[in-house]
Design a protein around this ligand. Structure first.
Ligand code: PLP
Length: 364
């Protein structure tokens, strides 16, 4: 048990529901769950294990260390690493059967010097201008990689605006798709769609769809949403103190909140060191007794205060929901993202290691 009863509760049932939804929605394409950044803060090992047991056989991560972590915990499925790996580490990818991404001539030239040649997918830059060779170079690049001794199993590209249904954005996504499709590359596996494109289906799904944000039940964009997605993460804690304050009293650092009447406030043992958002000072709210309770004063490193004047009999140990549902009210990652001025991706990724992840529905 955790001393301050603060947990990110991860609903594995909902995670598998979301993956199965995409397996059907994008069929016959298969789903490649994207579990980088510790599964967007949800816990990569546990979720990848649950997904593997349910038949998902190809995972994607950002960095080699994330792939090695999955292997260390017994995940035997295919794993694709999206980003740069120093060639001195190729032996680890090779030994562990991890698929790397080749994406530039300079990288290929360096990679070729390694005696270890892990299986690879080639990344084509059709418009993101991040990693990838240009479409005009793709065929020569794949040939060169094969000549250098790499088994090129797959090819992929990444979409820049698939989270939007604005006309210009959809046109751009279609252009990216066409630039990739017309290459007619000689590889076994092709994949293009992220969550946005897999929800909207404005382009075809190819062999795999790479699903990150939507697998966690979070909506890919303001206009690209699906009612079938079920949020996976809730963040819960408890009340650590309740006190009455007088008119004129100020709350927390900087004295940014001043009581104009008698109030009851509750202290919450969570702060920005847990990844809670300081920008929610005097702005956000939590749920207690099924009701919204506004944050008063600044969020501190380990604590913040909320107004519970409208509730009766709040006491130490009462449940507090920071993200998720209590009674008939819900606080979503999207709402927090809007208040903080970011995207839902960053909301869950930021919840720090100090917050234990506990898993519901693991028996499935
Ligand atoms: C190459 C690549 N594919 C797929 C994804 C998954 O994207 P999403 O979380 O929008 O589904 C990402 C995430 O950033 C990515 O970098």
């Amino acid at each position: 048990m955790e001393s301050r009863h603060t947990y990110a509760v991860i609903n594995v049932r909902n995670y598998l529901h979301n993956l199965r939804f995409f397996a059907e929605h994008c069929s016959p394409a298969k789903v490649m769950p994207v579990v980088k950044a510790n599964a967007y803060g949800h816990g990569a090992v546990v979720l990848a294990k649950a997904a593997e047991r349910s038949g998902f056989d190809f995972f994607a991560v950002a960095f080699l260390e994330e792939a090695l972590e999955l292997r260390k915990h017994g995940i035997r499925s295919e794993i694709l690493v999206f980003n740069y790996i120093h060639p001195d580490m190729f032996h680890l990818a090779w030994r562990e059967g991890i698929t790397i991404t080749l994406y530039s001539w300079e990288q290929l030239w360096q990679a070729s010097k390694s005696p270890f040649k892990p299986k690879c997918h080639v990344k084509i830059d059709t418009g993101m201008r991040r990693l990838g060779v240009y479409p005009s170079e793709a065929v020569d690049f794949i040939n060169a990689a094969r000549k250098a001794g790499f088994e090129v199993e797959g090819a992929y590209t990444h979409l820049a605006v698939a989270d939007s249904l604005d006309e210009d954005d959809v046109q751009f996504t279609i252009q990216q798709y066409q630039a990739f499709e017309e290459l007619d590359l000689d590889v076994k596996i092709k994949h293009v769609c992220n969550s946005g494109a897999s929800v909207s289906r404005v382009i075809p799904c190819f062999d795999y769809v790479r699903i990150g944000i939507a697998s966690y039940g979070l909506q890919p964009g303001k206009t690209v949403t699906h009612p079938e997605l079920k949020p996976v993460l809730s963040w819960k804690t408890i009340v650590s103190q309740v006190k009455n304050i007088k008119p004129g009293d100020t709350v927390s650092y900087g004295r940014t909140f001043k009581a104009s009447t008698e109030m009851t406030i509750a202290t919450i043992p969570v702060g920005y060191a847990d990844g809670y958002w300081r920008q929610l000072s005097n702005k956000g709210y939590v749920l207690i007794h099924g009701e919204k309770c506004p944050i008063v004063g600044r969020v501190c490193m380990d604590q913040f205060m909320v107004d519970v004047t409208h509730l009766s009999n709040v006491k130490i140990g009462d449940e507090v929901v920071l993200i998720g549902q209590q009674g008939d009210k819900t606080i979503t990652a999207e709402e927090i993202a809007d208040m903080v001025g970011t995207i839902n991706y960053e909301v869950t990724c930021r919840i720090s290691e100090r917050v234990p992840r506990v898993y519901e529905g693991l028996e499935l």
